[in-house]
Design a protein around this ligand. Structure first.
Ligand code: NAD
Length: 296
């Protein structure tokens, strides 16, 4: 039985820790929120009162935190993971964070003799609850192989993307593409409607033609053609525009540093930021349709 410390029991981490306990692992869970720890204990985890307390006996430490600053402090400060974990422990950070923080924290861990992988996820709370997440993993081969059985307790598809930080690279590049393709899909459906072509007929044609994409066939932003899509429930998420904006910002930050031209990524970030400034970023990201068709 693997001893796991789980840190960060929010919308995603809560169900992920519960699934690890359900899979038979010995999970000690901690968070800044006592309520979140209580819920994890109800779901079969042991109580960790502090990070140091949770990690001290763990073979594997999993973190699911909001952003890079949280990951840096939870790992590197004196109260944190690196200073209190036992020798030989493996670290798995599943938070979505900037590539530089992922590589910096992995570097500090490595200097102190610990292996670490970044393993951000694709799939929201529903996939976390169902144990059906996709993991994109960056780190050494050996660390990836060691992390795999734990990740299998929380997800279905597990990809090794290469060296440290490459999991985050895969995640932000995928989400930048998704954010852009969603806006293009909205523009096409809106133009079709304005020109007198109904959404279903356009969908029937374009979904089997060259305009086809996941944004259209699995998540159509126009109500009607894909019944399970958030567009049919007034754009309740799903994947909130606020989360998409976070990922678009991470992609732009990385693009600036890498001197990579991402003109459409920049435009897409600006459009999701308009949803934020309109106070509508709690809608699903496909609700960018409302911005495009003037009904926000
Ligand atoms: P959340 O805000 O619900 O949870 C984060 C948790 O971390 C909170 O419970 C918070 O108390 C805890 N935390 C913060 N600082 C801490 C510290 N110092 N010590 C212990 N606990 C601490 O966020 P979430 O929705 O669970 O997302 C977590 C990560 O997963 C984010 O990086 C997010 O971008 C990514 N993600 C989220 C989704 C989603 O649909 N929610 C999907 C994919 C990826």
């Amino acid at each position: 039985m693997t001893k796991i410390a789980f840190i960060g029991l929010g919308n995603m981490g809560g169900p992920m820790a519960a699934n690890l306990a359900k899979a038979g692992h010995d999970v000690t869970a901690t968070d800044l929120s006592i309520g979140a720890i209580d819920r994890a204990v109800e779901a079969g985890c042991k109580r960790g009162d502090t990070v140091a307390d949770a990690v001290k006996d763990a073979d594997i430490v999993v973190t699911m935190l909001p952003a890079g600053a949280h990951v840096r402090s939870v790992y590197t400060e004196s109260y944190g993971v690196i200073g209190n974990a036992k020798a030989g422990a493996l670290f798995i950070d599943s938070s979505t964070i900037d590539v530089d923080s992922a590589r910096a924290v992995s570097g500090v861990a490595s200097e102190k003799g610990f292996a670490m992988v970044d393993a951000p996820v694709s799939g929201g709370v529903a996939a976390a609850t169902a144990g059906a997440l996709t993991f994109m993993v960056g780190g050494a081969d050996e660390a990836f192989q060691q992390a795999r059985p734990v990740l299998e307790g929380m997800g279905k598809n597990i990809f090794h993307a290469g060296a440290a930080g490459n999991g985050q690279v895969a995640k932000i590049c995928n989400n930048m593409l998704l954010g852009i393709s969603m806006i293009g899909t909205c523009e096409a459906f809106n133009l079709a409607e304005k020109l007198g072509l109904d959404a279903q007929t356009f969908f029937d044609i374009s979904s089997t033609a060259s305009g086809q994409s996941w944004s259209m066939t699995s998540y159509c932003p126009a109500p009607g053609p894909v019944p399970s899509a958030p567009s049919n429930r007034d754009y309740q998420p799903g994947f909130a525009a606020a989360m998409m904006l976070k990922d678009m910002r991470l992609a732009q930050e990385a693009a600036h540093k890498a001197k990579a031209a991402t003109p459409l990524g920049a435009q897409a970030e600006a459009l999701y930021a308009l949803m934020e400034s309109a106070g509508k970023d709690d809608l699903d990201f496909s609700g960018v349709m409302k911005l495009i068709n003037g009904r926000l």
